[in-house]
Design a protein around this ligand. Structure first.
Ligand SMILES: [Ca+2]
Length: 545
């Protein structure tokens, strides 16, 4: 898309916010997550790439985001699409080159957009030079970079550990006659984070990227870094465990979730703290409870800056559970810590537009308004801003399969829909790497010309956050509201109400509606009672608090 530019006012307010960003650019900011293979293909090979992203930065500037999070960009045999890294200091050839990456960082910076990307510390690819060396002999240089165990009696597995895909966490290496551990697929051997050399390698890797001027990194699967040195068997799952652990049948207590992982996170935090301006450390904390998640903030200033709120993402889209999760998250966060809110993911849970909203446009609008008005950093998953849903792809095609759920991740990774045309504006190839959804239903070109579209709703909400500090950084206070609804104050004068019920509800407030999911209600005055129809949500400049 071309021809979009910010007005002078937005540029000024953006500068003001930039000066306030000493506490971290993400506070009050918004992150957009693009799955790079699926976002924009510049050379017609059907795979998204860095030059394609550079070509579309004007769109992101027009939308008004602050950070762009990209899934892994490093060389990989792609058993798990980049989450099996074979070289931590290079760019995947399908994505481009290090020069392309540096240009992306520079071009994004010109638009006040910081680049954040995935670093995968818990395991490498089985094609990584370290692992090739490690399996060459028991006395090889890199043997202790990984986790090896002798077979049990009669060649049995060393213990009962299962991986996150619901299979044994051990694979036998014929060459050296021992098992190696993997918390994910056998192509993803577990790194041995008890080994000081591994920790030092990753210090160098982090420095390598942070020195290139990126806005930060998202650290993948951090709860899985450390294992029990005594290799004790995992206990059976109980009702208190995650649904995944209950399906697997054991609590992943000893192959993951080791308490000493916090020492590693603090180490990364000290390293990142040496950079100015401050770099974001976003932790993928795949843990079943908010109580466990908030531990990854440490004392609020010494571990992750933002953590992955799986409980929120997995909530039913209904007022009562959402209210409890929002309240608990904000109450348990340490002082000075800042929440992150994501509704969609490239992983198993997929798109909120489908999972939460069933593809219903009014519900999608409510989800976007809620996401963008909570206290914390919202993470918009690419395509959600146009209400893209997961197409029915039939059989699993590409993604690493989650053995335990059998659910494919492909549906949430289909190419971005830029326009209603062959290739959807994503690629000139007739064979995109994943099938396209129906771009005639949702695409950027059509919606950017329609002020009533969900794309404009998202853009206007982002613009409002830039000019209305209460909405960007104000304290959040939930208020009691009728069944099926959620309502909260932000700061002194922002009031948000969302009706997820099936009938009209009245909520007491007064002021002016700034943005309603039904855009014909924008600017409406409310004297005492706000009437919200089913699947309607508003931001009000309130005069009644
Ligand atoms: Ca390409």
């Amino acid at each position: 898309m071309t021809g979009h530019s910010r007005g002078k006012t937005t540029a000024n307010s953006r500068n003001q916010r930039a000066s306030a960003a000493r506490r971290g650019w993400w506070r009050g900011g918004v992150i957009y997550q693009a799955y790079p293979r699926s976002w924009s293909d510049s050379n017609g090979d059907g795979i998204g790439d860095l030059r394609g992203i550079i070509d579309r930065l004007d769109y992101l500037e027009w939308l008004g985001i602050d950070g762009l999070w990209l899934n892994p960009l490093m060389p990989s045999p792609d058993h798990d699409w980049g989450y099996d890294v074979s070289d931590y200091k290079a760019i995947h050839p399908a994505m481009g080159t290090l020069d392309d990456f540096d240009e992306l960082v520079a071009q994004a910076a010109r638009r006040a957009i910081r680049i954040v990307f995935d670093l995968v510390p818990s395991h490498t690819s089985d094609r990584h030079a370290w692992f090739l060396d490690a399996r060459s002999s028991k006395s090889s240089r890199y043997r202790d970079y990984y986790v090896w165990r002798r077979p049990g009696p009669r060649g049995s597995l060393p213990n009962n550990w299962m991986n996150y895909f619901g299979r044994a966490a051990w694979s036998f290496d014929d060459g050296t006659g021992e098992y190696y551990m993997h918390n994910f697929s056998p192509h993803q051997p577990q790194l041995n984070w008890w080994n000081a050399e591994v920790r030092e390698e990753f210090d160098r890797i982090l420095n390598f990227w942070l020195e290139r001027g990126i806005g930060g990194v998202r650290l993948d699967a951090v709860q899985a870094l450390l294992y029990d040195k005594q290799f004790r068997d995992n206990p059976p799952a109980t009702r208190a465990d995650s649904d995944k652990e209950r399906r697997i049948g054991q609590r992943l207590k000893y192959n993951a979730n080791h308490p000493d992982v916090h020492r590693i996170v603090r180490r990364w935090h000290s390293l990142a703290a040496q950079f100015d301006p401050q770099r974001l450390l976003l932790g993928e904390t795949w843990v079943p409870s908010i109580r466990q998640m908030v531990k990854y903030y440490g004392n609020g200033t010494d571990e992750f800056d933002l953590t992955w709120n799986l409980t929120f993402l997995r909530s039913p889209f209904a007022s009562r559970p959402l209210r409890q999760i929002i309240e608990l998250t904000l109450r348990l966060l340490p002082d000075d810590a800042w929440a992150a809110w994501a509704a969609s993911t490239h992983d198993d849970e997929g798109r909120a537009t489908t999972r939460w909203c069933g593809g219903v446009p009014a519900t999608i609008r409510c989800a976007m308004l809620l996401l963008l008005t909570l206290r914390g950093t919202p993470i918009i998953y690419y395509g959600d801003e146009i209400g893209m849903t997961e197409p029915l792809l039939g059989k699993m095609r590409r993604a690493l399969r989650d053995e335990e759920s059998g659910r494919s991740r492909d549906g949430s990774r289909t190419p971005m829909q830029w326009k209603a045309a062959p290739g959807a504006g994503f690629t000139s190839s007739t064979q995109p790497w994943l099938p396209l959804g129906d771009a005639s239903v949702a695409n950027v070109e059509t919606q950017s010309a329609d002020r009533g579209s969900v794309l404009w709703l998202v853009r206007d909400l982002l613009a409002l956050r830039r000019t209305f500090d209460d909405l960007a950084v104000g304290e959040l206070a939930l208020v009691s509201s009728p069944a099926g609804t959620l309502a909260w104050h932000r700061g002194k004068s922002a009031f948000i109400a969302v009706n997820l019920g099936t009938s009209m509800r009245r909520i007491r407030t007064s002021g002016q509606i700034l943005i309603c999911t039904d855009r014909t209600r924008d600017q409406e005055y409310v004297a005492e009672w706000l009437e919200l129809r089913s699947r309607e949500a508003v931001v009000v400049r309130s005069t009644s608090r």
